[in-house]
Write a protein that binds this ligand. Structure first.
Ligand code: ACM
Length: 528
């Protein structure tokens, strides 16, 4: 018995009507929109055991776009005995319909080892709650090459995320080629003892952008300013201040057996708040103007993130002076500038600038006030409460990766928040969406990233997509659906932290029966 018999769909669709039977995929004929067909073909071909594709196939899967169907990014999916039809409101909606189809697949035993895939008879109508559903990958602390970023994109789009925020620069590394300032990717793109240095050439970033765009994912580049800029000083020492080292920096470095930052030398520690570009040197703004123009030209999306977090050694007046200018330079590229919530403290920001809230789910007054300032100036907010949405917080104390400065964040805690009630005084209309960041101080490979992200990345996906009062928007349902998705994730090479499901702190308090977590493959028997 399982607690819930809803199909294992995450994020859960707006409406699901299950029929009685199932539709076998013994031989499949794909038709319709060529881009959607090509992507689904490749996904079906890489399933364990394969799904036989044949132009004469008996089960027809028709993929079309019809703007009369639902709303933006929405789709309808019908699986019945005469075949499967997925109709997207737009190309993104059609793609998301095919992601739902993949989650519906169940392996049937055909006898004598002749297994095949099937989907239940079902009618689904679906559309997202928020237009911005992001994941962030910190490629500065540890660099991830193009192939790894594509793997991260695959994970994100399978859960219907539509933005990838790339944290391209930080104290530990500068990861994007800038033609006007070639020394940025000299020593500044080095790595630490794990050998994780590197940078994206412009062609590399174009390749990432194109791969993402084909999957309806927009890349949001971040150049973190004016702090988190120690790496600039390896190529251009005159443009960066000497590190500001606080007692907290010294205590933390000693506790973690890490070095303190030294001006002009590679920094591999985890300390924050010690670096700043020179705010009163005009050449700083020449560099920033060139960097923002080159990065904006590489990324067709509407947003350009300019950081603004943790400028702990910078006076409020200098921060305001700098950010007003940086905001104007970002806006002059034609993009909508985006910044972490601290920048809300600055009065003179471009109208319509977007803020990204990363404070706690119980917001401190000043954090909430800074976030609200973006809305008051006609902008909007992306919400990433660090003790809910940060994928790099440890899901349990004994997890080998992750940090805990925002707390231990078990799966159940990460699932437990509502973007519309997070910040008082912010109307729902001012919430662009949510983002789940993964910082990489303790992460060097995608497998390690997976072990922190899965399944919590699915929780944030559901918060971003599914209605708060949706029929299955409950911890018990979510947990049961995730448990049933784990085998498929693992079969596709994702290193899931299974303990997250079994974590006693995540046990429903009402003594409800725990769902099955050890299924070897999603199958019909499970719900029998
Ligand atoms: C942040 O976590 N410093 C945005």
């Amino acid at each position: 018995m399982v607690l819930h018999d809803a199909p294992p769909l995450v994020p859960f669709p707006a409406s699901v009507q299950l029929g009685q039977g199932s539709v076998p995929l013994r031989s499949v004929r794909l038709s319709g929109d060529p881009d959607a067909v090509a992507l689904l073909r490749s996904d079906l071909e890489s399933l364990p055991g394969g799904a036989p594709l044949d132009d004469e196939g008996t089960t027809r899967v028709a993929l079309t776009v019809d703007p009369r169907t639902g709303s933006a990014e929405g789709y309808a999916l019908d699986a019945a005995d005469d075949g499967i039809r997925i109709t997207g409101h737009d190309a993104a909606g059609l793609y998301y319909g095919t992601r739902t189809l993949l989650q519906l697949l169940r392996r049937e035993s055909g006898g004598a080892g002749s297994g095949f895939w099937s989907v239940p008879e079902v009618r689904i109508e679906d559309a997202p709650r928020f237009g911005y559903r992001g994941v962030m990958l910190d490629v500065a602390r540890h660099f991830f090459g193009v192939a790894d970023v594509k793997r991260w994109i695959d994970r994100a789009v399978g859960l219907k995320y539509n933005h990838l925020h790339l944290h391209l620069t930080d104290d530990q590394g500068w990861r994007i080629q800038i033609e006007a300032w070639p020394q940025l990717t000299g020593a500044g793109s080095g790595g630490d003892a794990t050998g994780s240095g590197g940078f994206y050439t412009k062609d590399d970033l174009r390749e990432i952008v194109a791969y993402a765009a084909a999957r309806h994912l927009t890349v949001v580049p971040e150049i973190d300013l004016p702090g988190h800029t120690h790496a600039i000083g390896l190529g251009y020492p005159d443009l960066v201040e000497e590190p500001t080292i606080t007692e907290a920096n010294v205590t933390e470095a000693a506790a973690l057996h890490q070095p303190l930052p030294v001006h002009g030398e590679h920094y591999a520690g985890w300390g924050v708040g010690h670096s700043s570009v020179k705010i009163h040197d005009e050449r700083t703004y020449d560099l920033i103007r060139d960097v923002l123009l080159e990065v904006a030209a590489l990324t067709p999306g509407p947003y350009l993130h300019i950081g603004g977090d943790e400028c702990l050694g910078t006076s409020a007046a200098d921060f305001a002076l700098f950010f007003a200018r940086a905001g104007r330079l970002a806006a002059a590229t034609g993009k909508t500038p985006l910044a972490w919530h601290e920048a809300g403290a600055v009065e003179d920001l471009p109208a319509g600038m977007i803020g990204q809230y990363w404070g706690s789910a119980e917001p401190q007054d000043d954090h909430a006030a800074h976030a609200r300032r973006f809305v008051e100036r006609g902008g909007a907010l992306i919400l990433s409460p660090s003790d809910r949405a940060y994928l790099d917080m440890k899901p349990r104390p004994d997890h080998p990766r992750g940090l805990a400065w925002a707390g231990i964040v078990p799966l159940r805690t990460s699932y437990d928040w509502d973007p519309e009630t997070l910040l008082d005084g912010v109307p729902a209309s001012a919430i662009l969406g949510i983002e789940a960041p993964l910082w990489t101080e303790s992460v060097t490979t995608i497998a390690e990233a997976d072990s922190l992200a899965f399944p919590r990345i699915a929780a944030q996906a559901e918060i971003g997509w599914s209605a708060q009062n949706g029929s299955e928007r409950s911890w018990e349902s979510f947990r049961a659906r995730v448990a049933r998705l784990i085998p498929a994730w693992e079969a596709s090479g994702i290193a899931v932290d299974r303990a997250a499901i079994d974590d006693p702190s995540a046990t429903p308090p009402d003594g409800a029966v725990a769902p099955q977590t050890t299924a070897t493959a999603p199958s019909n028997e499970e719900t029998a």
